[in-house]
Each structure stands twice: as structure tokens, then as C-alpha cells.
Design a protein around this ligand. Sequence first.
Ligand SMILES: Nc1ncnc2c1ncn2[C@@H]1O[C@H](COP(=O)(O)OP(=O)(O)OP(=O)(O)O)[C@@H](O)[C@H]1O
Ligand SMILES: [Mg+2]
Length: 483
Amino acid sequence: MIAELSLLFDSGYPLLYLLTYEEERALRLIRTAAKDRALSTWSRTGGGANKPGADLPALLESLKRAGRGVTVLVDAHPFLADGGVVRKLRELSPVLSRAGHTLIFLSPVLVLPPELEKDVTIVDVPLPDRQAVDELFRAVCAEEQVVFPEDFVDAVVLAARGLTENEARRVFTKALRKGGGFKLSDISLILEEKKQILRKSEVLEFIELSESLSTVGGLEEVKRWLKQRRRAFGEEAARYGLPPPKGLLLIGVQGCGKSLTAKAVAGSWHLPLLRLDLGAVFGMASPETSLRRAILVAESLSPVVLWVDEIEKGFAQASSSAGENVSRVFGGFITWLQEKKVPVFVVATANEVENLPPELLRKGRFDETFFVDLPDAHERKAILHIHIKRRGRDPKAFDLDALARQTEHFSGAELEQGVVAGMYRAFSEGRELSTRDIQKELDEIVPLFATYEEKIKALREWSKNRARRASLDQSLVDLFEEE
Ligand SMILES: Nc1ncnc2c1ncn2[C@@H]1O[C@H](COP(=O)(O)OP(=O)(O)OP(=O)(O)O)[C@@H](O)[C@H]1O
Ligand SMILES: [Mg+2]
């Protein structure tokens, strides 16, 4: 971050926008990056450091004669709605560039009028890195006079990544003040606090892990693909020269395990799972700010799985709300997908392809796009097996072949529904669950396919040249087995 800022100063970038809640920390970073340059700060209440009380237009006027240096405007974003200020900034831009002076907007929200888009460079302030969190924890231990728990430090740092400096400081202080030194159990306290904080973000959610790939029935091709990449986030893979996998797009029929797979990836890779709600992003006052912040949090928690469920809905909502920012937000997201260097594995799911922006499907965004179809007979057997076992019954006691035969065109969700309903039936009649109970209940279910046959077939057709099949082609497997 410091190196990036220095470079921007050196290269004569006239207008920067630093997007962050962490004002103090950002000012410290700017100070370090500015080195010997003259640095002044302005805020609405404090006036200019050099010209106390000066109003913003006057300050901008005076900058026309500025020499080499850096001026920081703290929370000046409301002024960017003023056409006069915008015009002044545009005139100022080449002047500053020649003088080697950089003007920085420092603010927690991004307000960027289209006229300034080309002149202003947005710089993200990453959340504190490993080392910074480590140092902060040491400092808080010293302040609180608690013996520094050398053995736990890695776990503590990991637990606190994703928090801002102030949040981490508060969490550490709270954990240390409750007396009795620092215990291992305090780490879960930190994690709990982090969840609370993320919860407030409204667009990101921490998901508790309960699934693994073994709870996904069928979809053997996706599972094989994922298994191949299981160790791809480690040091060893990096030494081998592998880039971290970018992510996966799962397109397909409702209730066939897309969301389940997303959760299972994180579970079986032992990575934290964050869910990004794109719909909520576009519902926020500043979608761009929310999305950028969410991405920073995800990056600071890396390696992590970022799950974007029903990605097409987010973008559909975006285009209907018709904000002028929309294409910029969308473009920003796509660019991030393509260029991210940190191990954030994105699993996106979609079931409506009409709303899927074609840019999302272009190579380089995701490592692979899979089409998740209704399960074939083998897969239905596997799914029934999973759900019967999950509910404490021995699958061997059931005629899974008969159930699979009976349920052509059923989705995984519908099969699960049959098992559960069968249990209600048996329970109400005071019996143990039998194949018959499940059979009867499955008979009652009208699969989605009956209503949406055309739609599902169209989806299948669409995916033919655009996505890889998530399932093994069982007819081929059978052919080989017969030989
Ligand atoms: N392949 C499967 N293996 C095991 N269980 C499955 C499978 N597919 C679906 N299920 C069961 O059905 C539930 C719903 O599936 P899931 O939410 O993953 O569907 P989806 O593909 O994301 O559907 P939608 O498009 O409606 O979001 C799962 O939680 C799981 O219990
Ligand atoms: Mg889903």
C-alpha cells in the first residue's frame, strides 16, 4: 500500500480517492508514503493545516499555485455533488500533475461524479495484514499488561484478519480485560466478534460449515475437478508454480445441489466460507463502496471461499434499478474476478441464464463453468443414500434401485423431500421408516420438471457449448463396465 502510494505520488497522479473507514491508519500510511513531500490535511471542521478555516473552494483555488506535495481532504465527498467544485477539480488536475502535487480524497464512501471518473484514481486501503495484526496484538497485550501468548499468536492473528485496526483493537482489549490472561478459548471470542461485525456489513455473511463433498450426491465431474484443486492454495502449490484457482460458475436446474456444492467446497477444503449477497449490494446507497469493501474483507480473510449465490439475480436487479453506477460496479467486479492474485475462490451459482451477463462467461473470469442437470438414476441413488443415512437410517435396508427408478426427472431437493415426508408418515403411524413410506411420498410429489420441462430443456440446450457437464456421463461408464 505504501509502495503503491509512493509510486502514484512519484508518477504525478493528481487526484486520488482513498476509500476507507480507517482514517487514522490511512493518514499514517499517506504520511509514510509522502516521505519528504509537504503534506497538509483539510477537513470541514479543521480547515486546512496551512490555512486554518479555509473553505474548500478557496483551498482548491490556492492549490493552483501549489508546489510538490500532498494534500489530503478528509470526508470531502459531500462537496463532490457540487458542480462548481467538480469543475474546479477538472481544471486543477493538469496543473497539479505538472507541479507534482497530489490531492487525496479520504472518505468511507465513494462519491464520484462521472465527469471526474477519468481524472480520479481510486485506491483501496487494504485491511491490516498479518504483520500489522500481529504487531497490534503485541501492543495491546503490553498495554493491558498481559503475558503475550506466544503459542496462540498465529491463531489469534488469523481470527482477527478481516477486521479494521480499530475493530481488532477493541476485540483484543475486550478479550484481555476479562482477566485470567489469554486463553485458547478467547480465540473463539474473537471469531464471534468478527462474525458480529461482518453481520453488520449486510452484504457479507459468514456461513457455518456443515457440508463436505461427501454430502453431495452425484456431480462426479465437479467433485473430481475440486479434488484436484484441493491442495492448490498451499505454499507447496505456489512453489510448484501453480496460480491459486480463481473459482467456479455453477449453472443449472433448481434444487440439484448448486448451493450445496458451494458450501461443500469450503467444508472439504477447510476454508472459511463467506457469502456475498449481490442483491443487497445493489440495494445499498453506494453499491460500489459496498462491493469494494466486501472484496477487501474477503481478500483479508484469504484463503477463503466466496460464495455468490444466484449471481444473475444480483445483476438483473442492478440493471433494472438503472443507476448510472451499475455498469461501473459490474465492470469492477468482473475485473476483480479476472485479476485477483490472492486466493479468494469464488463459487457463483445461477439458474436463469437469460439474465447472465455474457462478460461473466468469458474465459479468464472463472476457471470452469459447470452445468448441473437433474440427477440420473445413479445419482438419484447416491442422493437418496445420503439423505437416508443423514437421518440415522441404514441405506442398505432400503431398495434404493426401486426408488431411483421411480423418480425420473426428480431433483435432489425433491428426493430429500420424499425421504423426510416418508419419515413423517412412518412416525405418525408409529412404525420404523420403510422403502414403502418413501415410495408413497415420492408418488405424491409433482416434480418441478412437470411444470418447467420446456425451461429445463432450453437450459440444457443453452449449456451444451457453454458449460461442462457436472455429472459423469453414466451411459459411458456403464459401457466401459460392461466390457
Ligand atoms: N446432489 C445432491 N446431493 C445431495 N443433496 C442434494 C443434492 N441436490 C440437492 N440436494 C438437497 O436439496 C437441497 C437444496 O439443494 P440446493 O440448495 O443445493 O439446490 P440449488 O441447485 O442451489 O437450487 P436453487 O437453484 O433453487 O438455488 C440441498 O440442501 C440438499 O439437501
Ligand atoms: Mg441455490
